[in-house]
Design a protein around this ligand. Structure first.
Ligand code: PLP
Length: 394
């Protein structure tokens, strides 16, 4: 068989099956849709004069987020990266600590650790959930770390391994029970990067409610958007108060004086963004339904195609299906670029998974375990068009 034609036939087959779902017009990977109270709330916001860091929409958005996720508290901030930064800081991550981070994630997961002065320590993922591999992590920690009083120390670097940051890849929940067990066994604090997983559930609990703290993102490409924005979730009242204080310049209540009792941050979400975010959150249940429908449509058209699988939420989880994912079989990893090239040239936006962040120049010297699965997944994952408006509403 001619190897070139085999590659092209495989890529064409994928393109044509995607087209059966999304039609023939050009489609983007993920775009926001505004079909609810967006205009009304934005107008109210402008009419009120409160467009910046004070205003009712921020409080309303926070309350609605807490209610939707089941976290006791949500603190709205300027973006998901800063939400994670403050979530880590409040969870006790200090300069010089190590923090376990999946290598297969968006770079912000590691950057937020770095902003705390801490060191990202890269760990492998598993293929069933696309999150941190708890079993591998357990045996890795048993071999490289030692328990000293109430903490786990990296024997090689002498640094405390303070926290781990599970990330729910493309919205698919990580294996939280297994990760919580490892965290407990080694006294490691769990902080969730739930930037991609609003609406995703693990064993009837919303992602972002398992860690001491968690971060959500409302960037324009996420499931719901506030333009730019993020939120810190926690069920610890003291931490929530601290988050609110620190992200608003640590200013003490006073009628006129400027008294700041800490080096705070100007990270509060502006009211304009919260107005947009609240309108979007109201539509989240509808969007989740559409995303599930889109997943089922892809599952159906790809059924029976050899050489790949459409990623499906594992047992005990409900994914928001933020980004629809196909995973090539190992023997087809060389075909990834052919598929990306042909689909994008045909107007169907597809994207590979991230390069492993452990290979990026700022992080190439950081500690890491063997990253066999992450490395393989990053060569085989292709995200395909995922906007909720790609399927008919019914
Ligand atoms: C989007 C995202 C973030 C950061 O969110 P921003 O709002 O863009 O700052 C962090 N982690 C992951 C995994 C993300 O996908």
């Amino acid at each position: 068989m001619n190897p070139i034609s085999h590659e092209i036939i495989f890529a064409q087959e994928i393109r044509d099956r995607i087209k059966k779902v999304v039609g023939d017009s050009p489609v983007s990977l993920h775009e926001p849709t505004f079909e609810g109270n967006e205009w009304r709330y934005l107008r109210e916001c402008l009419d009120s004069g409160y467009v910046s860091s004070i205003g009712e929409f921020v409080n309303r958005f926070e309350e609605a987020l807490a209610e939707f996720t089941g976290a006791k508290y949500a603190v709205a901030v300027v973006n998901g990266t800063e939400a994670l930064h403050i979530a880590l800081k409040l969870s006790g991550v200090r300069p010089g600590d190590e923090v376990l981070v999946p290598a297969l994630t968006f770079v912000a997961t590691a950057n937020a650790v770095t902003y705390c002065g801490a060191i990202p320590h890269f760990v492998d993922s598993e293929e069933l959930h696309l999150g941190i591999d708890a079993e591998k992590l357990r045996s890795y920690l048993a071999s490289i770390a030692s328990r000293q009083s109430d903490q786990t120390v990296n024997k090689e670097t002498g640094r405390a391994i303070k926290a781990m940051v599970p990330m729910h890849t493309f919205g698919h929940p990580s294996n939280m029970d297994a990760l919580l067990e490892v965290a407990e066994e080694f006294s490691i604090t769990l902080v969730e990067d739930a930037a991609e997983s609003i609406g995703s559930i693990y064993k009837s609990r919303h992602t972002g409610t398992f860690g001491l703290t968690a971060a959500l993102s409302f960037n324009g490409n996420k499931t719901i958007t506030s333009g730019g924005g993020g939120a810190i979730l926690t069920s610890d009242e003291t931490l929530a108060q601290r988050a609110r204080h620190l992200t608003q310049t640590a200013r003490l209540k006073h009628s006129w004086e400027f008294i700041h009792d800490d080096i705070g941050y100007n990270y509060r979400m502006p009211n304009l963004n919260a107005a947009l975010g609240l309108a979007q959150l109201e539509q989240l249940p509808g969007k989740l339904k559409m995303k599930r429908k889109l997943f089922l449509a892809y599952k159906e058209v790809f059924a029976g195609m050899r050489g790949l699988k459409v990623f499906e939420e594992p047992e005990d989880t409900v994914s928001n299906y933020w980004l629809q994912t196909i995973i090539l079989e190992e023997e087809n990893e060389d075909l990834k670029n052919d598929v990306l090239k042909l689909t994008n040239e045909s107007g169907i936006t597809t994207r590979p998974a991230w390069m492993l962040i452990s290979n990026l120049s700022p992080y190439e010297r950081n500690p890491r375990m063997k990253l066999a699965c992450s490395s393989s997944l990053s060569k085989r994952i292709i995200n395909i068009p995922s906007s909720p408006n790609l399927v008919e509403k019914k």
